[in-house]
Structure formats: structure tokens, C-alpha cells
Design a protein around this ligand. Structure first.
Ligand code: PSV
Ligand code: MN
Length: 429
């Protein structure tokens, strides 16, 4: 395996931080031990935790007004894999990449799988794209895809999803994530009931093509690109569709795809209750689907989501295997830095959720002791779990100070010499 960043550079950077980390870890060990928690057991859980990164997140994102590229940005799947390998090498939390087709199309997928493996990476869920037209495509998605009124458009969208499954098999994926932008911008534009019928009918053709060990993850989104109605707009539509499609269909929760202030942790608990919790796209938002870095706006919400996930683990329903992915648009940062920082924020919330004294929480809930129930969560949320993450990362070969080590590597500056510049343009991704 050839990893992109020099091992010596990481070792030297770690040597400068190691004593401070040992001290912080020992102090946290003593603190947690007072509450009966063995720090090494938490570290083992953290070591086993991972979250996928999206291939499209390796490039700079933009808004519909503009995109401001940076020198050294990747422009194809091979360069994106290289950058994802940097993220995983330094952070050790992101060993899988989620590809999006046709954006990441290549002629030889077996070779792409080997290329990723040689850099310590595998592939996560494959994502289909029927929300924009491609050059030379016979039918347009302008009026929808799986829910289009035109049978030949629906057939084309089904065929594309099946092609994604076939590619995914070659890459070693076992999930197909389906998000459609289908919907309307005007009242009356489409029949709200019949468009869902058409979606369900076409989606069942995709479902029928799933291999036995595959899942179809339905990603709902309230609005955008459709601004009056979306076909799979919310978790209610999503779970009903998943129930109708069958056991391999699950719901995927993108944190930015809800109305402001929606109680997402409750949605997580609901989906789990009915055995339909399939996965997450992590990001954060202030206004809409802002696709900001995970935990940058509302880290407490992220913690509460992980709290529900830990509860779900304790009460597993058949097939609980939530797939975790970062889905962000890095408009003003170096995407590598954003994904390193986001993977850290996500893992921190998981670690804090593991620290919740479940016995105290459940006892307080049973006794209707509101304040003590809340304090059980608050105590865990207030713990600085940084040393646990850093120790797990260092032991796995990563960097204690991920961003500092990344900057020392001069990766982006070096790539700016090698890679062709990105063209200007707009684009929400
Ligand atoms: C839609 O907003 C979304 O969250 C879906 O996951 C897409 O596949 C992704 O963003 C990339 O555009
Ligand atoms: Mn998403």
C-alpha cells in the first residue's frame, strides 16, 4: 500500500504532541474511572467507528451563484481518491468513499477498486443521479425522473439506477442511495398522488434489481430543486415508500433535508422503531440545505442523534446497520481540511453518546425526573473526548494533530503544481 503523506512526517509531528496527549489521556482516564467508565473500552469503540466520505466532497462546492475553485483541487475520480486517501491516512476514520454516477464514471471499475485499495480505501454506497441531464442523454429529467409522467423517462431513470448497482457490485458496494430531485414548483403542476404512484412503480423496478445482500437507501429532502412540492419530501413519505418497496429498502437521513428546527433525533428513533433506519448524510445547516461542516452550527443536535443511535444499538431491530457518510459542500475551505474536521466532530458526538450513563438516564426517565434525565445527557456532552479520539487515531497510524500535520505536508500546494486547474462555474452539489 502506498499512502500519500510521508510516514516520517506524521511520526515527527506526533512525536511533538505525544507527551501532552499522554497527560491528557491519563487525566481523562482518571475522570471517567470515577464514573465507572473504562477509557480503553470507549477508545476501542472509537477505533472501530468509521464514516464514509463522498467523492464529490473532495472538490470545492459552490452555490448557484458561483463556485470559487482552489489551486490543486481534484478534477476526476482518481485525484479525488488521492485526496480521500490523505483524509483517511491522517484521520483514520474515513476508509470508504461513496461514488456518484455518472460523475465518477470510468472504463474499468475493477482497476478503480484496486487503485482505491492501494491507497487504503474501499467504496461505500453508490449514488445515482437523475437530477440533471447528461450530454447525449436521450430523455430529459426536466419534469422529473422516477416520477416523470413520461414512461420512457422513468425507464431511463430505472436503467441508470440499475447501472449504478452493476457498477457498485464491481466496486464492492452493497448500498444504492437514491435521491431524486423530482417535484414541482407550482401548485397544480403535477398530481401529488399520482406522481408518488409513478415513483413507487419505477422504484420497485430498481428494487427488483438489488442483489440479495444490497439495500436501497431512500433519501428524502423537503425542497430544492423543487420549491413547491418534492415527491419524497420527508421521513413520512420515505418510510411509507420503503415499507411498500420491501425489507431491503431503508430510509437515509440527510441532516440538511428538513424544515428548520425539526427534531431529527426523534425521526431517528421513529425510523429505528420500524426497522427502517438505513443511514445518514452528515452536514450542518443554519437555514436550509446549507451543507455546512458537521457540528459547526449545532453540535448538540449531532450529539442527540448519536444518543438515539446508541439507544438503538441497545434495542436492535432486525437489520440495524446504519451507514454513515459526510455529505457537505465545501465552498470556502479546503475540502480535505473540512472533512478531517467533520469526521472528528462526528466521532466526538459518538464518543460523548457512549459516555452517557444509560442506567442513570433510564432510571430518571422512568421516575419522570426531568432534570436528572437531562443531566445524564449534559454530563456526557460536556466531556472533552478529544484525547480518546487522538489516541485511537495515533494508534491506528494517523496524526494526533490532523490539520497541523496536513498543513505541514504542503499537500495542496504540491497538487497545485501537478493538477490541471478547475474551470469556473456555478453548481450546488
Ligand atoms: C441532495 O441535496 C444530496 O444531499 C444528495 O445526497 C445528492 O446525491 C447529493 O446531495 C449530491 O448532490
Ligand atoms: Mn445527501
Amino acid at each position: 500500500m502506498t499512502l500519500p503523506i510521508s510516514e516520517d512526517l506524521i511520526a515527527e509531528a506526533n512525536a511533538r504532541e505525544a507527551d501532552a496527549l499522554d497527560e491528557d489521556y491519563a487525566a481523562l482516564d482518571r475522570k471517567l474511572a470515577r464514573g465507572g467508565i473504562a477509557i480503553d473500552a470507549i477508545k476501542d469503540r472509537i477505533a472501530a467507528f468509521s464514516v464514509a466520505v463522498p467523492s464529490w466532497g473532495a472538490g470545492r462546492g459552490g452555490t448557484r451563484f458561483a463556485k470559487f475553485p482552489i489551486p490543486g483541487e481534484p478534477t476526476n475520480i482518481h485525484e479525488k481518491l488521492e485526496d480521500c486517501a490523505v483524509i483517511n491516512q491522517l484521520g483514520r476514520k474515513t476508509p470508504r468513499v461513496s461514488p456518484h454516477f455518472p460523475w465518477d464514471k470510468v472504463s474499468d471499475y475493477a482497476a478503480l477498486k484496486d487503485e482505491a485499495a492501494a491507497q487504503g480505501l474501499g467504496f461505500d454506497a453508490v449514488n445515482s443521479n437523475t437530477f440533471q441531464d447528461q450530454p447525449g442523454q436521450p430523455h430529459s429529467y426536466a419534469s422529473g425522473s422516477l416520477s416523470s409522467t413520461d414512461a420512457s423517462v422513468r425507464a431511463q431513470a430505472v436503467e441508470h439506477n440499475i447501472e449504478c448497482i452493476e457498477i457498485g457490485r464491481l466496486l464492492g458496494s452493497t448500498d444504492l442511495t437514491v435521491w431524486v430531485g423530482d417535484g414541482t414548483n407550482f401548485p397544480g403542476q403535477q398530481d401529488l398522488g399520482r406522481s408518488l404512484d409513478r415513483y413507487l412503480d419505477a422504484a420497485s423496478d430498481v428494487y427488483a434489481a438489488l442483489p440479495d445482500d444490497w439495500r436501497m437507501l431512500l433519501e428524502h429532502k423537503m425542497f430544492e430543486p423543487a420549491f413547491y412540492s418534492s415527491v419524497i419530501s420527508d421521513w413520512g413519505s420515505s418510510i411509507l415508500a420503503a415499507q411498500e418497496l420491501g425489507p431491503k429498502a431503508k430510509c437515509l437521513v440527510d441532516l440538511g433535508h428538513h424544515a428548520p428546527n425539526t427534531n431529527i433525533e426523534q425521526i431517528v428513533a421513529r425510523l429505528h422503531r420500524f426497522g427502517k433506519l438505513g443511514g445518514f448524510h452528515f452536514n450542518d445547516s443554519k437555514y436550509g440545505d446549507d451543507d455546512l461542516d458537521s457540528g459547526s452550527i449545532n453540535p448538540h443536535q449531532l450529539f442527540l442523534i448519536f444518543n438515539e443511535l446508541v439507544e438503538a444499538e441497545l434495542n436492535p431491530k432486525e437489520g440495524l446497520r446504519p451507514s454513515y457518510m459526510i455529505d457537505q459542500s465545501h465552498n470556502v475551505t479546503d475540502p480535505i481540511e473540512s472533512m478531517l474536521s467533520s469526521a472528528e466532530a462526528i466521532t466526538q458526538c459518538f464518543a460523548r453518546a457512549l459516555l452517557v450513563d444509560r442506567e442513570a438516564l433510564h432510571a430518571a426517565q422512568e421516575a419522570n425526573d426531568t432534570m436528572m434525565a437531562f443531566q445524564a445527557l449534559r454530563r456526557a456532552y460536556n466531556v472533552d473526548v478529544g484525547p480518546i479520539l487522538a489516541m485511537a487515531r495515533m494508534e491506528a497510524g494517523g496524526a494526533i494533530d490532523v490539520l497541523g500535520t496536513y498543513r505541514q505536508s504542503q499537500w495542496r500546494a504540491r497538487k497545485a503544481q501537478e493538477r490541471k486547474p478547475v474551470g469556473l462555474g456555478a453548481g450546488i452539489v
